[in-house]
Design a protein around this ligand. Structure first.
Ligand code: F6P
Length: 343
């Protein structure tokens, strides 16, 4: 591989720069390749908008948040048909003499990478997203940092909740999956954790808060995933991000008579430096991507299964969001610790 393309697509998260650094250094050292970094995700590839990445370009970025290449969800190209986007991407790749491409991205990125690979480009991807919802891997970089930030926020909310005898709702990101809410709910800890996978009943949450109040605990922490939904909404097939937290803040205050406040953590969870865990994971995944390409393996995402790095076919990685299975041990752990999951 003489020329290797590199891009970051989808929402940003912690660890992207650590992975870019690892891929760039290893591609130069182990493969002797020239690395081209595309700007702003797949849009950069479609427009041939890239720059050469050398040692100096990735020096000092390991712990830096965001992505030095820029990223995006390709919304500028939203109307275009997939096969047209693939054709134009391949034209640019040929014009630039790309021998292979490494894409760092979430669910959507994996799907587009799969289409590029099926059209003949050598592609290896890395799983990045705070949501932790990519199939074929048990962990994505960004997740550990997001959980760390959410946990710290819960600790801070607890002091105000306690001082004012309030219910504190804390909404966390995660799209249609409850991974961040569950992990932060365990580590925070939270007294109620609501996730999209378990539709909640407001009465169950009210009963949990009232039971705490009856034991003399006039404060409570309720972690709500942005995609959480009530049993009624789930039955009607309605999903609307943020709806649960916005509604619950009044419903819980009215029903319990306890002052209730909402904090939405939002993009704070995606920002700033990666944790040590994410630095290690992103670096190792980046190195493994280059090793696989050097060994002639492509059309895969580098995933982690049972603690080991494995090549996962893009057909699997790009096959939709990985939500939390009902039997997951974090759900069981919360229940055994006495937390309410809203059901
Ligand atoms: O996928 C990561 C994520 O941060 C989700 O948790 C969130 O729902 C979404 O991206 C927000 O997307 P955007 O950056 O397009 O507003």
């Amino acid at each position: 591989i003489r020329t290797l393309g590199l891009l970051t697509a989808g929402g940003d998260c912690q660890g992207l720069n650590a992975a870019l650094r690892a891929v760039t250094l290893a591609a130069q050292r182990d493969l002797g390749a020239t690395v081209l970094g595309f700007h702003d995700g797949y849009v950069g590839l479609l427009r041939g908008d890239c720059r050469r990445l050398d040692r100096d370009d990735v020096a000092g970025i390991l712990a830096q948040g965001g992505t030095i290449l820029g990223t995006g969800r390709g919304r500028a190209e939203q109307g275009a048909a997939l096969d047209d986007l693939v054709r134009r991407s391949l034209q640019q790749a040929t014009a630039l003499g790309l021998d292979a491409l490494v894409c760092l991205g979430g669910d959507g990125t994996q799907r587009f990478a799969r289409a590029l690979a099926e059209a003949g480009l050598r592609v290896v991807t890395l799983p990045k997203t705070i949501d932790n919802d990519i199939r074929g891997t048990e962990v994505c970089f960004g997740f550990d940092s997001a959980v760390y930030i959410a946990t710290e926020a819960i600790e801070r909310l607890r002091t105000t909740a306690h001082s004012h005898s309030r219910v504190m709702l804390c909404e966390v990101m995660g799209r249609d999956a409850g991974w961040i809410a569950l992990a932060a709910g365990l580590a925070g800890p939270a007294h109620v954790v609501l996730i999209p996978e378990i539709p909640y009943r407001t009465e169950a949450v009210v009963a949990a808060l009232q039971a705490r109040a009856a034991r003399g605990r006039r404060y409570s922490i309720v972690v709500v995933a942005e995609g959480a939904r009530s049993a009624a909404d789930a039955a009607a097939g309605r999903t609307q991000k943020h709806a649960a937290a916005l509604r619950l803040v009044d419903e819980l205050q009215d029903a319990t008579g306890i002052e209730t406040r909402l904090t939405t953590l939002g993009y704070v969870l995606r920002g700033g430096a990666p944790t040590v865990g994410d630095r290690l994971l992103a670096t190792e995944l980046g190195l493994e991507a280059v090793r696989l390409l050097g060994a002639g393996v492509h059309g895969v995402m580098v995933g982690q299964q049972h603690g080991r790095l494995v090549p996962v076919p893009l057909a699997e990685a790009g096959s939709g969001a990985r939500t939390v299975p009902p039997e997951h041990r974090w759900i069981d752990a919360l229940r055994r610790l006495g937390a309410c999951l809203g059901d």
